[in-house]
Design a protein around this ligand. Structure first.
Ligand code: DNO
Length: 389
């Protein structure tokens, strides 16, 4: 059994077309109804409409990414109880349309974060990049988050300041804009005022509390998922550590183990993102994959390259710090043992060739992902064949 190959599609307005995804060799599509405000119910008509579009293009809607969890639920404030009820209805509606896997995350306020979305690689392609000093400069001197200085070492603050002073205004503006980019699927960036207001709402919520809120949410929704044959796959934090003073609770092997212990149901599992977990040197990706194998419901295959200063960039899928051959070998064994085909997508890809002139969602241009998918698929095929002979 080989992985079920998919790509993410942002919906009808995505410049990457369903036909592009099909020609990349995908059997499935990963998408979400980004037009529905977070917290509201996904109605059956809207789900079916999207599903039919995908099926007309010859593929299936394999994974929902994401059915987002509201910040009210994450904080347990405002309309959170209503949002949980709505989430349950959405799960039932998705199940009644034949869908099976829901991805979500529990990152407060912001989803993934990079300081550079056009980092030039030696071959001229563009990658996503997280530069630690640029981020410190953003936090302290552009966003001016109250209390931020307490989160960094004095030497780091001094270095960030020095770097910022030497920076040209265009670069400064670019870093500012990138750090304020909105959630995936929206073109809107946050304003600094919005971010500061949202951050303030998390005052008093530390990692222990946030984890309690995650487990409460799951205790409510997992029985519904189980009842209708759905599985939930949490996406790890990206980057996998606290940012802007916000707690992050799905960053490490211990975080994943805590979830497994708290929610004793295989319907509660992981979107195992090798790129997000892999941005921490203390995460041993292959042993983690092995340990949580029964709960891996979706794979994001991506590679990062870290340095000692805390920077990382998104490398080619087969390069970087994670041994992708070892990951795929483990996936092949898990699939054999579980007798399933796990949905995967090549996560992100470099902007390259004709895509350099197109405006796509950062990380989601067609050709870079096609290259990544082709390489990953090749490795899997070879591993699979070699184990048969
Ligand atoms: C980034 C993505 C994430 C992911 C969400 C899942 O490219 O992997 O934005 O979709 O965190 O909820």
């Amino acid at each position: 059994m080989l992985m079920h190959q998919t790509m993410r599609w942002y919906g009808p307005q995505d410049v990457v077309k369903l036909s592009d995804i099909r020609q990349a060799g995908c059997a499935g599509v990963v998408t979400a109804l980004h037009q529905i405000p977070v917290g509201e119910v996904w109605i059956i008509e809207a789900i079916n409409e999207r599903k039919q579009l995908i099926e007309k293009a010859g593929m299936s809607w394999t994974v929902i990414e994401s059915l987002p969890v509201s910040d009210d639920i994450k904080r347990q404030t405002g309309n959170w109880l209503q949002h949980i009820e709505n989430y349950k209805i959405s799960i039932r509606n998705l199940a009644s349309c034949g869908l099976k896997v829901i991805t979500y995350n529990f990152m407060p306020v912001l989803d993934w974060l990079r300081t550079d979305i056009d980092f030039e690689m030696p071959d001229g392609s563009r990658a996503l990049y997280f530069n630690r000093l640029d981020f410190v400069a953003f936090d302290l001197f552009m966003l001016e988050r109250p209390g931020a200085a307490a989160d960094y070492a004095p030497e780091e603050i001094a270095k960030a300041k020095e770097k910022l002073e030497k920076m040209d205004p265009v670069t400064r503006e670019r870093i500012f804009r990138n750090c304020l980019l909105g959630l995936p699927g929206s073109d809107d960036a946050f304003t600094p005022e919005q971010v500061l207001t949202e951050l303030k709402k998390y005052e008093g919520i530390d990692a222990v509390k946030l984890k309690e809120h995650l487990f409460y949410f799951l205790q409510q929704v997992i029985p519904v998922a189980e009842e209708c044959g759905m599985v939930m796959a949490i996406h790890p934090d990206d980057p996998p550590y606290p940012v802007l003073g916000l707690p992050r609770i799905m960053s490490t092997e211990q975080d994943a183990a805590d979830l497994v212990a708290a929610i004793p149901s295989d319907a509660c599992g992981f979107c195992f993102c090798t790129g997000s977990f892999g941005a921490r040197a203390d995460n041993q990706i292959v042993p983690m994959l092995k340990r949580f194998a029964d709960r891996v419901h979706f794979l994001h295959l991506r590679n990062t390259k870290r340095d000692a200063a805390g920077n990382f960039f998104e490398d080619d899928h087969l390069a970087g710090d994670t041994d992708m051959y070892a990951v795929i070998k483990e996936v092949v064994l898990i699939q054999q043992r579980r007798q399933i085909s796990i949905p995967m997508r090549p996560d992100h890809g470099h902007q390259m060739l004709d895509d350099l002139n197109k405006k796509t969602y950062p990380g989601y241009s067609a050709i870079g992902r096609l290259r990544g998918l082709a390489e990953l698929r090749g490795v899997e095929f070879a591993v699979y064949k070699s184990l048969q002979s």
